[in-house]
Design a protein around this ligand. Structure first.
Ligand code: M6R
Length: 604
């Protein structure tokens, strides 16, 4: 939700700023801008995508060896040229990019306007350059002005400031991501590592309330009072190619095809003893021995992965609840002493999930984060972190991270059982050996090729429904989420048993129904298929092709290889990802950047 970059280089940084913004376009893309410092401070910004900014930059040709940039996902004010970042003070000498929300912006704006400052946008951000300007007018030096400004801000923010009179960047964060990339004497500030992955993999994660300054003297991190902080410098193991499409038309398609590798990475080195042992190096033996019940908090696709994992826990007799993070954060349920609260979040930056985990932590609960991003806020702020190791995901629609979340959670659940009872579940050997084969089973689905010809018959329908039971239920929800997210068509997922309690009223000949068969509850699923067929709806079964009881009833089949029911949902989900992609591509949708959506939702 908005991407910010800062760049301090040896030569002209304009191309690098634009590349950084392009790499962060998944965070927002309704307006964009840069500011660079040469003899003067030049700002180029406008509504529209980064490609349009690139054209404007080519026309106006700003240059400079220090600069900042922003790609926006609107929260305060519509996507107009005026509301695009960077924002400047009255004199145009202080430029600011910001990700997050300044909650007290109205009071600050009233105060600043009373002092004579003139605002030109509807944004909350614009108070920042005017606050810096005011502090400078009152005699503060630049650094003091920046610190005084930050001290006035309430809300969540990551901010980078560039002033006309100084070749220096000032940045800080409070609840929104900010990372520093270091490449010799050149520096990058960004909301996320892919912004600069082609240039360096050496990073410093900036903590909340730390202030980083970047100049010819190098970089310096201090706390809000100015006391030095000595942050760890780390090398990330993400491949720079991960930030490119590698010949695919879209990141989403590339990431769908990366699933065999992503899932392989998730389980690599974690299954031992000839499929009898789970090795999660993150946790000491017995870490979870006191856990009696589990609460998951998550949003969107991560919520569906959590619902999927709930089935693993149910099958092993562990009471489990899955909560939408937005609800949990504002209406939290009671938490027992022996409750483990698990935040599942690909990005590790989703504000609702962070707020939920913070609540749980504040009331004394044990917290665990399951995430893809090692340096993310969620990974660093809570008791334990477990990494899904899927590699960077750029497409706004989550794909490979769902599969990696599910398999990582499957391993975690077995580990939980072992800590609680002293031994793994009876299902563990079959689960672990099938987890090891899952990459090749996903490969089979990717090479199957049925989706194209099946979906030719079902384009342009009124609505698309998805049904399933047990692990097939979250897959139905996820299939529908993906479908609506990238095709913009009406799609809904249901627990198959719920159809007769209302949704059947919507079903008819122009509403294809995707039925997810995982090998569990087959009779009941077939009864639900008959219910929709009786209303004229065509049914596409996602099933093992030898399952004749199913294939003889449905109109079309999207096949999945045979594995344990617990993992068939992952394979079915890959077919459904391909379904959504196929329809969205045929409709010419902006698949990697669907309208109104951003990859990482850092506001509540
Ligand atoms: O980074 P997170 O996993 O916390 O993100 C949660 C949701 O915002 C995310 O899954 C969203 O629903 C995706 N765009 C779905 O494809």
């Amino acid at each position: 939700m908005c991407g910010i970059v800062g760049r301090f280089g040896d030569g002209d940084v304009v191309d690098s700023l634009v590349t950084g913004l392009t790499n962060l376009e998944y965070r927002g893309y309704d307006s964009a801008g840069i500011a660079v410092l040469d003899d003067d401070l030049s700002v180029v910004k406008q509504a529209g995508e980064i490609s349009e900014l690139e054209a404007a930059v080519a026309e106006t040709r700003p240059s400079g060896s220090v600069g900042i940039g922003h790609t926006r996902w609107s929260t305060h004010g519509p996507p107009t040229d005026e509301n695009a970042h960077p924002h400047v003070d009255c004199e145009g000498s202080i430029a600011v990019v910001h990700n997050g929300i300044i909650e007290n912006h109205e009071a600050l704006r009233n105060e600043l306007e009373a002092q004579g400052h003139e605002f030109t946008s509807d944004t909350d951000t614009e108070v920042i350059p005017h606050l810096v300007e005011q502090a400078l007018d009152e005699g503060a030096d630049h650094e003091t002005a920046f610190r005084r400004t930050v001290a006035r801000l309430e809300g969540s923010f990551a901010v980078v400031v560039l002033c006309r009179d100084e070749e220096r960047l000032y940045a800080t964060r409070q609840g929104s991501p900010l990372v520093l990339g270091v490449d010799g004497s050149e520096y990058f500030l960004a909301s996320d590592i892919p912004a600069f992955l082609e240039e360096t993999r050496d990073v410093v994660y900036i903590e909340d309330e730390d202030v980083v300054t970047v100049s010819d003297d190098g970089f310096e991190v201090t706390d809000l009072d100015g006391d030095p902080v000595d942050p760890d410098r780390e090398t990330v193991d993400w491949n720079p190619e991960a930030a490119t499409k590698k010949g695919y038309d879209h990141f989403m398609l590339k990431e769908i095809h990366e699933q065999p590798h992503a899932v392989g990475q998730s389980v690599r080195g974690r299954i031992g003893g000839d499929f009898t042992d789970v090795q999660l190096a993150e946790f000491e033996p017995g870490t979870f021995s006191d856990v009696r019940n589990v609460q998951f908090v998550a949003a969107g696709t991560s919520f569906h992965a959590s619902l999927y994992a709930r089935q693993f826990l149910f099958d092993r007799g562990i009471p489990t609840h899955v909560y939408s993070a937005g609800e949990y954060a504002t209406n939290p349920p009671p938490i027992d002493d022996d409750t483990l609260v698990v935040g599942v979040t690909q990005s590790g930056e989703t504000a609702d999930t962070l707020a939920s985990l913070r609540h749980a932590q504040a009331v004394g609960a044990r917290t665990l984060t399951v995430t893809n991003v090692v340096g993310s806020t969620a990974a660093r702020e809570f008791d334990d972190a477990l990494f899904i190791r899927a590699g960077p995901e750029i497409g706004v629609a989550a794909t490979k991270t769902f599969s990696s979340q599910v398999v990582t959670l499957a391993l975690f659940v077995e580990r939980l059982v072992k800590d609680r009872t002293g031994s793994y579940s009876d299902d563990a050997p079959a689960l672990l050996s099938n987890l090891s084969s899952l990459p090749s089973h996903i490969e089979t689905v990717l090479h199957d090729g049925s989706v194209g010809h099946v979906m030719q018959r079902y384009r342009g329908e009124d609505a698309y429904f998805f049904i399933g039971r047990a692990e097939g239920y979250p897959v139905a929800l996820e299939g529908a989420l993906k479908f609506k997210e990238i095709t913009y068509e009406h799609a809904e997922g249901f627990a198959a048993g719920e159809l007769k309690h209302g949704p059947l009223a919507l079903v008819g000949p122009n509403t294809p129904v995707f039925a997810v068969f995982t090998g569990r509850n087959v009779e009941k699923m077939l009864a639900n298929v008959q219910e929709v067929k009786a209303r004229g709806a065509p049914v596409i079964g996602i099933t093992h092709p030898d399952h004749e009881a199913v294939t003889s009833v449905v109109d079309d089949v999207l096949p999945i290889p045979k594995t344990v029911p617990a993992l068939r949902g992952v394979l079915a989900n890959v077919q459904l990802q391909l379904v959504s992609y196929d329809v969205a591509d045929a409709l010419g949708r902006d698949i990697d950047k669907p309208r109104n959506l951003a990859k990482s939702v850092t506001v509540e």
